[in-house]
Design a protein around this ligand. Structure first.
Ligand SMILES: Cc1ncc(COP(=O)(O)O)c(C=O)c1O
Length: 383
């Protein structure tokens, strides 16, 4: 298959989004939208007689829990502006969940976000970062960490070892455990070292913990649990997209250093970064219920087991993947060759280079397909 090297902008040249002639705006700072490069493999996989098995994007496919839908509907008569800080009930629900799930009793402030992607993309800007400031991100990671730094005009350094960063004026360090795409879990000692390192330099540590509710072969911990009660400069970023199938609602939150969270709130109030009132009500219902989260976890556990065995039997090596929503695999070849091999079998996955140059010999397999589609993938891999 021919390998596309740039984004397919063919659809933008006509119609309302005609873009190529416009002067370079902020988007010129951003990387190409990588998913466009997957279109040819997707077309090929979709031509399979039994249809496409799409394991490329980590987008939930299971139902929104009924109690969450009921709470959303119940709150739909919402004529007034909601609170940017979240309703008192939502703030209490987030705090309770953080206390239960993040191993920290008190001393933290919370703030709802419109999903966690917007927070990741705007955190450097909200912190006032700009040209000359350095943002450290994992070597292979969720692309929006880089996007956020570039939106602010800051410089990105990819590194998993802070010792190798040198004396650069680092302002923000992102960690992500369990990680997307690798499923790697950072041990508590590592997280603690990151906090100490950042404090010595006056940098903020943002820990993206949106996959914390999906532990498999190891037990991930929140960064909030390793700080011995001193949360200065530390933020934990969470999402209900995967835990509660709420990606369509846009529901996330941040918890951590009270002074820092209050500063973020002050900016977000002016910027209108407000979670809609019905979604706030839905979040309260979701955070107060563990039964649906456990049910969803079990769905993913089954799919993970089946895919892991099938991929291993088909000759793949799976690395990390101890927790979270993905299997990080290699066939010892360029990741795009693996994308093609799987597309031939009607299975679409994401090439590892979407997540950084160090991922180029891997693919990321998401667990987010229905049981029926996962079973179809397993059958195809066995042939
Ligand atoms: C590591 C990571 N962080 C944040 C997000 C954003 O999630 P959301 O905006 O749905 O909360 C994702 C989504 O896949 C992710 O993988």
């Amino acid at each position: 298959m021919s390998r596309p090297t740039g984004p397919d902008r063919s659809q933008e040249r006509s119609g309302p989004w005609a873009a190529p002639e416009r002067p370079a705006g902020l988007s010129a700072r951003l990387p190409d939208f990588p998913w466009d490069r997957l279109a040819p493999a997707k077309a090929r996989a979709a031509a399979h007689p039994d249809g496409l098995v799409d394991l490329s994007m980590g987008t939930p496919v299971d139902p929104v829990p009924p109690l969450v839908r009921a709470a959303l509907a119940e709150a739909s008569d919402a004529p007034g502006y909601p609170l940017t800080a979240g309703s008192p009930q939502l703030r209490a629900a987030i705090s309770d969940w953080v206390s239960r799930s993040c191993g920290v009793a008190d001393g933290f402030e919370v703030l709802p976000t419109i999903g966690s992607k917007e927070f990741v993309a705007w955190l450097p800007t909200l912190l006032g970062l700009g040209p000359g400031d350095v943002v450290v991100i994992p070597s292979v990671c969720y692309p929006t960490y880089e996007v956020g730094a570039r939106l602010a005009g800051a410089t990105v350094v990819r590194s998993d070892s802070l010792l190798s960063v040198g004396p650069a004026p680092v302002k923000l360090v992102w960690v992500n455990s369990p990680a997307n795409p690798t499923g790697k879990v950072l041990p508590p000692e590592h997280l603690r070292k990151v906090v100490d390192w950042a404090r010595e330099r006056g940098a903020v540590v943002a820990s993206d913990e949106c996959y914390l509710p999906l532990p498999w072969d190891s037990s991930p911990v929140s960064i909030l649990s390793v700080c011995d009660g001193d949360l200065s400069g530390v933020l934990a970023v969470h999402s209900l997209s995967k835990r509660s199938n709420l990606a369509g609602y846009r529901a996330g939150f941040v918890a951590g250093d009270p002074a820092l969270v209050r500063e973020l709130l002050a900016v977000r109030k002016h910027a209108g970064m407000i979670v809609p009132a019905p979604v706030q009500a839905a979040m309260i219902a979701a955070l107060g219920d563990e039964a649906h989260a456990e049910e969803q976890r079990e769905r993913y556990r089954r799919r993970r087991e089946l895919l892991r065995e099938a991929l291993t039997a088909a000759g793949f090596t799976i690395e990390h993947s101890e927790a979270g929503l993905y299997l990080w695999c290699t066939r010892g070849e360029d990741g795009w060759a693996t994308v093609d091999w799987l597309a031939e079998r009607g299975i679409l996955v994401a090439p590892g280079d979407f997540y950084g140059p160090a991922g180029s010999r891997y693919v990321r397999v998401a667990l987010t397909a229905s049981d029926e589609r996962v079973d179809a993938a397993v059958t195809r891999l066995a042939k």
